[in-house]
Design a protein. Structure first.
Lengths: 133, 260
């Protein structure tokens, strides 16, 4: 089931759409050929962290349309050493480009929380469900 | 604006290769252009990200080198301060025995300070050329110990391009300091003579330091009668897994072999 079409209530950011799904999984989707720098990464984090005050939640990132992610942005998304509301992340990759970006992210900026790359959306959602509190 | 170049075009491949070659020259100003979502775009993005990581590691390495230089500089300055304090202290001492002890301690400190001074001025922070060190150390000891009328000459015979790291340089410097000081103190009652320092790069490093002085006193036993300086020579050589052989024929000769 396709759950990554941004609903009307989604927050539209510079290069992302971000919204909270009814299943308690937050979703963020890159716009086509998005170039993510630290500015866009921080903007996204503010949006993601705005959905709940206290509760932690999983995040599904659709990076299938990404064009590039700067080093500082990768470092920021790794969440290492910063406060975040998310407790896990699944990253959707498909194209060779998104796979390269995803693997760099997971290899060189390994997040502190459980994180995994997927090319199947249903499998990603299923994996994240166990982190819904 | 990005050129619309087909994914497999030789022009595109050349662009990526140019960027890789720039990175090989540590020029990180270039990046490949990502046009779309094709395989070469993925390769280009990977090259860009590897460049970012390499640049970051290079900067970090340069910062560490700078920090290491700073540390060597500060250690050398601190050792020089201790040396100067000993100098000041010595001005109020009239008893020659105590004065000699202070001079010996000061020279030991100076031999270590010189290692740090040469390390922070060297291109490669990890090692220094022993030939230059030996000449500078010998001059320092000569300046410190020679009397006005003394005529002690040095003869250096050291293989070119012989480098040692700090773990070897500190003990080697201290050993040399002890041997040269001993020669100055005991070998030349007429204040005339020659000290030869040889250093060879063989299957082991071989250091020979000899003087043409009066040699040991009759019945002198190195193990039984040795002073702190002599004990230091053995201890420091052992620290480098080295062996010391001492002969007293024409003057005294020390041969120290250090495994590589």
């Amino acid at each position: 089931m396709e759950t990554l079409n941004p609903p009307q209530t989604a927050l539209e950011l510079s290069v992302f759409w971000t919204w909270m799904g009814e299943d308690g999984i937050c979703r963020t989707k890159t716009k086509p050929l998005a170039e993510v720098t630290i500015v866009e990464a921080m903007e996204n984090s503010v949006a993601v962290n705005s959905f709940y005050k206290e509760k932690k939640f999983p995040l599904l990132i659709d990076a299938r349309n990404i064009k590039s992610m700067a080093k500082e942005a990768r470092k920021h998304f790794s969440t290492n050493g910063r406060t975040t509301k998310i407790n896990s992340m699944a990253i959707m990759v498909k194209s060779p480009l998104s796979r390269i970006v995803g693997n760099f992210f997971m290899g060189l900026n390994k997040p502190e929380m459980p994180a995994c790359l997927f090319d199947d959306e249903a499998a990603a959602v299923e994996w994240l469900k166990k982190y819904v509190l | 604006m990005a050129k619309n170049i087909k994914d497999s075009s030789p022009e595109r491949v050349k662009e990526i290769l140019d960027v890789i070659m720039s990175y090989a020259r540590f020029d990180f100003s270039k990046k490949t252009t990502i046009h779309g979502n094709e395989t070469l775009d993925a390769i280009g993005a990977g090259v860009n990200m590897l460049g970012e990581e390499l640049e970051s590691s290079t900067v970090s390495l340069k910062e560490k080198e700078q920090l290491l230089k700073e540390i060597h500089h500060r250690v050398k300055n601190n050792l020089q301060i201790v040396s100067s304090l000993l100098n000041l202290q010595s001005e109020n001492i009239l008893d020659k025995r105590y004065l000699d002890l202070i001079i010996e301690s000061r020279n030991r400190i100076n031999s270590m300070a010189l290692v740090h001074e040469m390390l922070y001025s060297a291109k490669d922070l990890s090692k220094i050329e022993i030939g230059q060190y030996v000449e500078r150390l010998s001059k320092g000891i000569q300046y410190s110990l020679s009397k006005n009328e003394s005529d002690v000459k040095f003869d250096f015979n050291i293989d070119n391009g012989l480098y040692f790291d700090i773990d070897h340089m500190i003990p080697l410097g201290l050993i040399l300091n002890e041997i040269i000081s001993n020669s100055y103190k005991y070998a030349f009652p007429n204040n005339e003579g020659k000290i030869t320092i040889e250093m060879r790069n063989k299957t082991e490093y071989e250091m020979i330091v000899k003087d043409n002085g009066v040699g040991f006193k009759p019945h002198f036993d190195v193990k039984r009668d040795s002073n702190l300086g002599m004990q230091l020579i053995f201890m420091l050589a052992e620290q480098m897994d080295g062996k010391v052989e001492i002969k007293s024929e024409i003057g005294v000769s020390y041969q120290i072999n250090i495994p590589k």
